[in-house]
Design a protein around this ligand. Structure first.
Ligand code: GLV
Ligand code: GLV
Length: 319
């Protein structure tokens, strides 16, 4: 039953095409602040909402669900990852949770490939050298990196983004191998011991929190690189800093951080680390598609139709 009086809360500005869809479905309230709302501000904003469009920094837990009230029908996360949402609690409250899979696969795989290239060819270091106005000159041994052709990319998390990253790696002449939950500890260990580049593409769950810890970093080759475009807490960041300082691995390229938006100070000091501020899905096209998919989910649920991309029935899909 879609009524003009449905109340839809959007916790932070999203691209206009998404808002247009929402405005046609109800009364839309958008936070005027261009920042993550505090838990308290969120609870005030969502009171009485029929649907809430959330960002990956909004925590959706029992307190959130209770603050919204029993009329809440849908939480539409504008992200593929939904570690910020207690899906079981939402289900108990009769709330449909949706995410935005598919539309950000290519953008995120592109960024993973960009980070693989940047860290193996020392692009960050080279750029810092030039911007530092240090004298330099070409020579046969200057700032040598590592070639990708013939090397092995190990993909942890064989979901859509992991597979799309593998396709790109094949175009660069790389071999690929995968490890997912079904491959168990032995599969992950084999990947870590074999891969020249390890790229993380699994969701953050209790099972993947600190999946890459000191022990697993020690299983990697000293010449190997770690790339993370998934979620920061999958990596034990202090352990990673130690591994990089000790030369246990050759380098790392990170788009996500354990305590985002903070970055471990040790990472900032290392030349063999490439850092990006969570840009995986950050293209105009992709963010617009994410906003319209999230809005489409809200419209469907408020109309009494099945959501386009519900989490509840697909939650075991990746990794
Ligand atoms: C971004 O990190 C996402 O999960 O979509
Ligand atoms: C490198 O700059 C080359 O011309 O080989």
């Amino acid at each position: 039953m879609r009524t003009a009086s449905s109340s839809i809360v959007v916790t932070r500005q999203i691209p206009e095409p998404g808002l247009e869809l929402l405005r046609a479905a109800g009364e839309v309230w958008i936070s005027a602040d261009d920042r993550a709302l505090s838990a308290e501000e969120l609870r005030v904003a969502i009171a009485g909402a029929d649907a809430v469009v959330t960002m990956l920094h909004d925590r959706v837990d029992t307190a959130f669900l209770e603050a919204a009230g029993p009329q809440l029908r849908c939480v539409a996360n504008v992200a593929v990852g939904y570690d910020n949402i207690d899906v079981d609690a939402a289900t108990r409250h009769g709330v449909v949770v949706t995410n935005t899979p598919g539309v950000l696969t290519d953008a995120t795989a592109d960024l993973a490939m960009a980070l693989i290239l940047a860290v193996t060819r020392r692009l960050g270091e080279g750029e810092r050298l030039l911007r530092g106005r240090d004298p330099w000159s070409w020579n046969m041994f200057f700032m040598l990196g590592t070639s990708l052709a013939g090397k092995t990319l190990g993909i942890v998390g064989p979901g859509q983004i992991g597979r799309a990253t593998a396709e790109r790696a094949h175009a660069f002449g790389m071999d690929t191998m995968f490890a997912g939950r079904a491959d168990g500890e032995a599969g992950l260990k084999r990947l870590l011991q074999t891969a020249d580049v390890v790229s993380l593409h699994c969701p953050l769950t209790p099972a993947t929190r600190h999946l890459i810890n000191a022990e697993r970093l020690a299983q990697m080759r000293p010449s190997a690189y770690l790339v993370n475009t998934a979620r920061g807490p999958i990596v034990d960041e202090p352990a990673l800093v130690h591994a990089l300082q000790d030369g246990a691995i050759a380098g790392a390229a990170l788009d996500v951080f354990e305590h985002e938006p903070e970055v471990h100070p040790g990472l900032l000091e290392l030349e063999n680390v490439v850092l990006a501020p969570h840009l995986g899905s950050a293209t105009i096209e992709t963010r617009t598609a994410m906003a319209t998919l999230a809005a489409g989910n809200v419209v469907a649920v408020l109309s009494g139709d099945p959501p386009l991309t519900p989490i509840t029935i697909r939650r075991q899909a990746n990794c």
